[in-house]
Design a protein around this ligand. Structure first.
Ligand code: SF4
Length: 326
């Protein structure tokens, strides 16, 4: 069969998954070297794909009907990195001739090539989950996955302008998914102070606009005066800022994956989530977690006493960060 000339990939809806699926996206590019390759992405993440060579254009994903209208008549094949019925329905409504993806969420009948989620991707990085869908629909995957991110020069300049000169340590005390993933704010503040004193670096607190009150509360609890950037950065600004850091201390979150993709040393504090599936994809990271019987629960809010995070002391994080700093 002649290969498709115009391919669209519907990419995931969470920033961390966007990063973890970059290796699979690069594999699609390699499998169809001559095709036009476009990405259907949530508007919040669309700009990130400017840094991925081989992506020819990005189309905004704004819900089932709008996505169907946006892709109708434009592609020979659509590949789903998402699992939902709705994203498959968009491609079907748009009559994209080839529709490939996992047969999850009862959407098998909407697909022309269906992959099963293989058992061997359980408890492995989700990088392999995204690559396995390619294998499952008959595409090749590369020998070694590449989830790296190289920021555009304008993003680097913006990050430098937002932070200023010198060494910087970033703190990321939020997590979009829910409070179960968040280490204790008072301990972020204490760890920030201790690391600033030990290293001479300045501290920046990043996050979204909704995490601004949390970031300000942590800043207010610190002896040092951190730069509070939560709510002040676009996604590409954030990439520039993260790329300027000497060290990033973070919950399991989208910015954690971005920092790892940039090669920034990351201290990742894990509680409710599965460290085997969503650990940062870089050799320069340290996982800090405490073994508890209920983890990973994958809940948004803790129904008990948040022991997975409460049992991680400031000292645990400072020790991991100090080792990475050196
Ligand atoms: S149920 Fe257990 S793993 Fe889940 S958030 Fe609460 S303490 Fe953590």
């Amino acid at each position: 069969m002649k290969g498709p000339e115009r391919v669209v990939v519907r990419v995931p809806n969470w920033l961390g998954d966007v990063v973890l699926s970059l290796a699979a996206l690069r594999d699609v590019r390699a499998h169809f070297p001559a095709a036009r390759l476009e990405v259907l992405a949530r508007p919040a993440f669309a700009d990130l794909y400017a840094a991925i060579s081989g992506v020819d254009a990005v189309v905004a994903a704004r819900g089932v009907r709008a996505e169907a209208d946006a892709v109708r008549g434009r592609y020979d094949a659509g590949l789903l990195f998402t699992n939902s019925f709705g994203t498959a329905l968009s491609l079907a409504l748009a009559r994209v001739p080839e529709r490939w993806g996992y047969a999850t969420d009862l959407r098998g009948p909407l697909l022309t090539r269906r992959a099963r989620v293989p058992l061997e991707v359980r408890h492995r990085s989700q990088v392999y989950y995204y690559r396995a869908v390619l294998s499952g629909v008959g595409l090749q995957v590369s020998a070694s996955p590449d989830t790296s991110l190289s920021p555009l020069p304008a993003w680097v300049e913006r990050g430098a302008a937002l932070l200023g000169p010198g060494d910087w340590i970033g703190l990321n005390p939020g997590a979009a998914y829910g409070s179960a993933k968040q280490w204790l704010p008072a301990r972020f503040a204490a760890a920030g102070d201790r690391l600033a004193r030990q290293t001479g670096a300045r501290v920046a607190i990043v996050g979204s606009a909704s995490e601004r009150p949390l970031a300000e509360a942590i800043a207010g609890a610190m002896r040092e005066t951190p730069r509070v950037l939560a709510g002040e950065t676009s996604l590409t600004d954030l990439v520039g800022v993260l790329g300027r850091l000497r060290l990033f201390v973070t919950n399991d979150s989208g910015p954690m994956h971005v920092a790892a993709a940039l090669g920034v040393p990351v201290v990742a504090v894990f509680g409710s989530t599965d460290w085997r599936e969503t650990a940062p994809q870089s050799e320069r990271h340290a996982l800090v977690r405490h073994e508890v019987e209920c983890a990973p629960c994958l809940l948004r809010e803790c129904p008990i006493d948040h022991r997975c995070m409460r049992r991680i002391e400031t000292e645990d994080v400072v020790a991991a960060a100090s080792a990475l700093w050196q």
